[in-house]
Design a protein around this ligand. Structure first.
Ligand code: SF4
Ligand code: SF4
Length: 344
């Protein structure tokens, strides 16, 4: 891997140059509690120390709502929505989010490639940014706190700038085209990088691993915790909308008033909605709130074989944004200790 350094006072210059590669999106602070990733005009407004944004990275590749195709009933044809996707740059993706995107790639690219997702993925440049965990983060337990693939460039904070890892051909090109902004990495930078990584590891509230949690969950469907916690759940779906790896969508055909044409749209759906498990004939595969609640825990903890991790990357978003204060990580911990009391 190629390593470079950029000094702090040249970082904004580089961010400005990034705009020539496409629209620049990055996190900005919008209130005491919230950050939002949005298009950047003034690079000085970028927040480098954010923890999580209102919506995760997936919104750029899997929009909340999009037209899939137009239908013409008279001509008996459909036209896919293949409007040109302009190139864009995302600055400031955290490691767990990049792993999240790779999980979405596994779903949307690998077996039956989704053209809408694939075109956006091709158009997007991903620039990662190091971070320190807050009390909600448990990406260390998921082994997603450091990423070695899935980005074009990755910025690691140093006292006087950033150590940059180059992760793709496009990353090399961007660096080479702006080479006057970068320096070689010196031993003091490597020492500072190591010190930051040690500090990061020690800052996690939880230590250990969640490697066996998926097996434990499968055995605890009747645990009373699911009754108690699902009782508090409002069924709002915030946990799934803010999750970087939740990927379910619903599809609707919208006829035009002439009934001769129409369009098919898809939009984010949530397994926490009653309608999600409802099928023709009125049968519902997840009839109760408890069914839906438990399903999310099993789904997020299932093993995503291609990456050797679970579908949960440990970002803590679902807990942070839950209006009922339901703590996803704590529930997993409780269920694990319940199991250990019974069987340990
Ligand atoms: S965010 Fe909280 S209250 Fe809303 S559906 Fe998820 S667990 Fe339930
Ligand atoms: S389940 Fe919660 S902690 Fe895990 S990736 Fe989704 S939002 Fe993040």
């Amino acid at each position: 891997m190629r390593y470079l350094k950029i000094e702090k006072d040249r970082t904004y210059e580089f961010l400005e140059k990034l705009k020539k590669y496409g629209k620049l999106y990055a996190p900005v602070k919008i209130s005491d509690k919230f950050y939002l990733r949005k298009e950047i005009e003034d690079v000085k407004e970028i927040a480098f120390d954010y923890q999580r944004t209102l919506l995760p990275l997936k919104k750029y590749f899997l929009p909340t709502c999009e037209k899939m195709f137009d239908i013409d009933i008279e001509k008996n044809e459909y036209r896919e929505n293949l409007e040109k996707i302009e190139p864009f740059v995302i600055f400031g993706a955290h490691a767990c989010e990049i792993v999240g995107l790779r999980i979405l790639d596994g779903v949307y690219l690998n077996v039956y490639p989704d053209i809408y997702y694939a075109r956006r993925r091709k158009a997007g440049i991903i620039i990662g940014l190091s971070c320190l965990p807050d009390e909600y983060c448990f990406c260390n337990l998921r082994r997603t706190d450091f990423v070695d693939i899935g980005f074009d460039l990755f910025f690691h904070e140093l006292p006087d700038g950033y150590l940059i890892r180059v992760g793709s051909q496009r990353g090399h090109e961007i660096v080479d085209e702006n080479i006057e902004l970068f320096k070689s990495v010196e031993q003091k930078d490597i020492d500072a990088f190591r010190e930051f990584e040690e500090r990061r590891q020690k800052s996690f509230k939880y230590q250990g691993s969640f490697d066996n949690i998926r097996y434990i969950l499968e055995l605890t469907a009747n645990d009373r915790l699911w009754d108690e916690e699902s009782e508090k759940c409002l069924g709002c779906g915030n946990c799934t909308m803010t999750c970087p790896t939740c990927r379910c969508y619903d599809v609707q055909d919208i006829p035009r008033i002439n009934l001769k044409s129409g369009e098919r749209i898809r939009f984010w759906d949530s397994c926490q909605f009653r309608s999600h498990g409802l099928v023709a004939g009125g049968h519902n595969f997840r009839e109760t709130k408890k069914d839906r609640f438990f399903n999310r825990y099993v789904c997020k903890n299932s093993y995503f074989y291609p990456l050797g991790t679970s579908y949960c990357v440990g970002c803590g978003n679902c807990t942070y944004f839950c209006p009922a204060n339901i703590d996803f990580q704590k529930n997993l911990d409780k269920i694990r200790s319940n199991y250990e009391v019974i069987h340990g």
